[in-house]
Ligand binder design. Structure first.
Ligand code: ADP
Length: 482
C-alpha cells in the first residue's frame, strides 16, 4: 500500500471520529443533554482536528507525489542522456508506483519500434550505398564507351551522357543536365526518335535505326540503338540512346562492292577483245598475213594488259592485307631510276619525247625493296610518257636533300596535266581522269600501287603537283641511310 493511501486511511479514520463526535453533540443539542455540549465553542476542537487532519493528509500526499515524480524524471532523464531505453523503477510504496506499469509498457514499445527503425535505417543505408556504387559503376561503363550515349528520363530530360555524346551534340553535361532533349540538339529526327521510343514502347522495347547526322561539318551515318529504361511495373522511366558511327563501315562496304564490280569490268574488257580476235582468226577472217599479224599483236597486248591488271590487283591486295614479302636492302636509288629510264626510252622515242635525267651520285643509298621501288619508278615514268603528247618532255631526277637527309625522286612531264577536282582522287583504285582515257589505255591501279609502295611499305612520302594543260610532277622521298 502506498504511503498516501495509508495516510488517507488514517485521515479518514480521524475525520470519521470527528464527524461522529459532532453528530453526537448535535444529538445532545436535540435532546437537551449537556454531557459534551458546553456551548458553540464545543464544536471547535473536533472541527479543528478534522481540518488539520485534512490539510496534513493533502500536504503529505503532495510531498510523496513530488518525490515519486522526481524519481521518474531522474530515471527518464538518465535514459535520455544514455540514449538507452530502460525501465522506470519505483518502490511499491511509492506514490506514483501505479503509473510505472503503463509507462514502462509504453517505453518498451517505443524502444522496440526504435530498434526496428534503426534496423530498417541500417538496411536502407546499405541499399543506398549499393545503389550509389551501382550508379558509379554504370556511369564508369557509360563514360568508357567510345560510342555516344544519351540517357533521358520520362520527361525527355537529359539525365546522363558520356564524352562522345558531349562532342557529337556539342554540349557540356554539367550545363545540359535536366534540360529537355530538344534544347540539346536541333536534330529533329533524333528528338522524335527519343520521344517515340518513350511514348509507344513498353519497357522491353529496343530498336535500331540508321540516321545521318552532321558532325564536325560533315554528314556521318550513325546506327542508333534506342532502349527503354524500365520503371515501376510496365512503365517506361526513360530512354537510353547509343549512337555508333558506321560511316567508315559503310564506306568500306561500298568500296568492296565498287572494287568487285570494277575488277570484273576491267577483266571483262580485255578478255572480250582477246576472245573476239581469236574467234575471227579461227573463222578465217584474217585472210592475209598482215591482218593475222595485227590480230596477234592485239591479242598479245590485251593479254599483257590483263597480266598487268591481275599483277597490280594482287600486289595492292597483298600490301593492304599485310602479307607482302618485303626484302629491304641498301639500295642505290639512282641506279634503279636509270634502269627504269632505259626501259622506257624506246617508248619515249616513239612519241618523240625528250628524256632528261638528273641523277645524284651513286653513294647515296636508301634502305628499300629493289623490285618494289623499281615498279613504283617505272609506273611514274610510264605514266609521264603515256600522258604526254608527241614532242613533249619528261624530266626524271634523283637528288639528295642533305639538310633533311632524304633522296627525292621526281618525274616531271609537259603532258595533259590533271584537273584540280581530279587531283584528290588519282591515287584511288581504278580512278582514271576522263580526258586521259581517250589518250591511253590504263587500269587506274598504277598510282594506287605506287602510293602503297612508297607510303605503306617504305614510310616515305609521295606527292603530286599538276596543272591542266601544263603538265604534272610526281615526286617521292625516302630517307638516306648513313
Ligand atoms: P592508269 O593505268 O590509268 O594510268 P594510274 O593509277 O597510273 O592508272 O593513274 C590514274 C590516273 O591518273 C590516270 O588514268 C590519269 O588520268 C592520271 N595520271 C596519272 N599520271 C599522269 C600524268 N603524268 N599526267 C596526267 N595524268 C596522269
Amino acid at each position: 500500500m502506498t504511503i498516501s493511501k495509508k495516510i488517507s486511511l488514517a485521515g479518514l479514520v480521524v475525520l470519521t471520529a470527528g464527524a461522529v463526535i459532532l453528530l453526537y453533540m448535535a444529538m445532545q443539542i436535540a435532546y437537551g443533554s449537556r454531557a459534551f455540549y458546553k456551548g458553540p465553542s464545543s464544536y471547535l476542537p473536533p472541527l479543528a482536528i478534522g481540518l488539520l487532519t485534512a490539510v496534513g493528509v493533502i500536504a503529505i500526499q503532495r510531498r510523496a507525489a513530488r518525490r515519486s515524480m522526481a524519481r521518474i524524471c531522474q530515471q527518464i532523464g538518465n535514459m535520455a542522456d544514455t540514449r538507452e531505453a530502460g525501465m522506470v523503477m519505483l518502490e511499491d510504496t511509492d506514490e506514483l508506483a501505479e503509473i510505472t506499469r503503463p509507462l514502462n509498457r509504453f517505453i518498451s514499445m517505443v524502444a522496440q519500434q526504435n530498434t526496428e527503425l534503426q534496423a530498417e535505417n541500417r538496411e536502407l543505408g546499405i541499399e543506398a550505398r549499393i545503389a550509389s556504387a551501382e550508379k558509379r559503376n554504370t556511369e564508369a561503363i557509360i563514360f568508357s564507351i567510345s560510342d555516344a550515349v544519351i540517357v533521358t528520363n520520362r520527361f525527355d530530360e537529359l539525365m546522363l551522357a558520356n564524352e562522345a555524346a558531349e562532342k557529337l551534340f556539342g554540349f557540356k553535361l554539367d550545363n545540359a543536365l535536366r534540360k529537355n532533349i530538344d534544347r540539346i540538339t536541333s536534330d529533329g529526327t533524333f528528338v522524335r526518335l527519343i520521344r517515340e521510343t518513350r511514348n509507344h514502347a513498353r519497357s522491353q522495347t529496343r530498336k535500331m535505326v540508321e540516321h545521318v547526322m552532321e558532325y564536325e561539318h560533315e554528314p556521318r551515318t550513325f546506327r542508333i540503338t534506342l532502349s527503354c529504361v524500365a520503371g515501376a511495373g510496365d512503365d517506361v522511366s526513360g530512354v537510353v540512346a547509343v549512337l555508333h558511327d558506321v560511316t567508315r563501315e559503310k564506306e568500306i562496304a561500298q568500296m568492296k562492292t565498287d572494287f568487285v564490280s570494277n575488277v570484273s569490268h576491267e577483266l571483262k574488257t580485255p578478255l572480250a577483245s582477246i576472245k573476239a580476235y581469236i574467234e575471227m582468226l579461227m573463222d578465217g577472217e584474217a585472210e592475209d598475213e598482215a591482218t593475222q599479224e595485227e590480230f596477234y599483236e592485239i591479242i598479245s597486248s590485251e593479254t599483257n594488259r590483263l597480266h598487268r591488271l591481275i599483277e597490280n590487283i594482287l600486289n595492292i591486295s597483298r600490301i593492304e592485307s599485310g602479307v607482302v614479302k618485303v626484302v629491304r636492302e641498301p639500295l642505290d636509288l639512282t641506279g634503279v631510276v636509270k634502269q627504269a629510264v632505259d626501259v622506257l626510252s624506246p617508248q619515249a622515242k616513239l612519241k618523240d619525247i625528250e628524256f632528261v635525267s638528273h641523277l645524284a651520285p651513286v653513294y647515296y643509298q636508301v634502305e628499300a625493296d629493289r623490285d618494289m621501288i623499281y615498279q613504283a619508278v617505272l609506273n611514274l615514268i610510264s605514266n609521264a610518257v603515256k600522258y604526254t603528247p608527241n614532242g613533249g618532255k619528261v624530266t626524271v631526277s634523283a637528288v639528295v636533300d642533305e639538310r633533311r637527309n632524304v633522296v627525292i625522286c621526281e618525274v616531271a612531264d609537259t603532258g595533259l596535266g590533271i584537273p584540280a577536282d581530279a587531283l584528290p582522287h588519282i591515287f584511288d583504285k581504278f580512278y582514271r581522269v576522263k580526258q586521259s582515257q581517250k589518250i591511253a589505255k590504263g587500269t587506274g591501279l598504277g598510282l594506287t600501287l605506287v602510293k602503297h609502295i612508297i607510303e605503306t611499305v617504305h614510310d616515305g612520302k609521295l606527292s603530286v603537283r599538276s596543272e591542266e594543260g601544263e603538265g604534272s610532277t610526281f615526286s617521292f622521298e625516302l630517307p638516306v641511310i648513313e
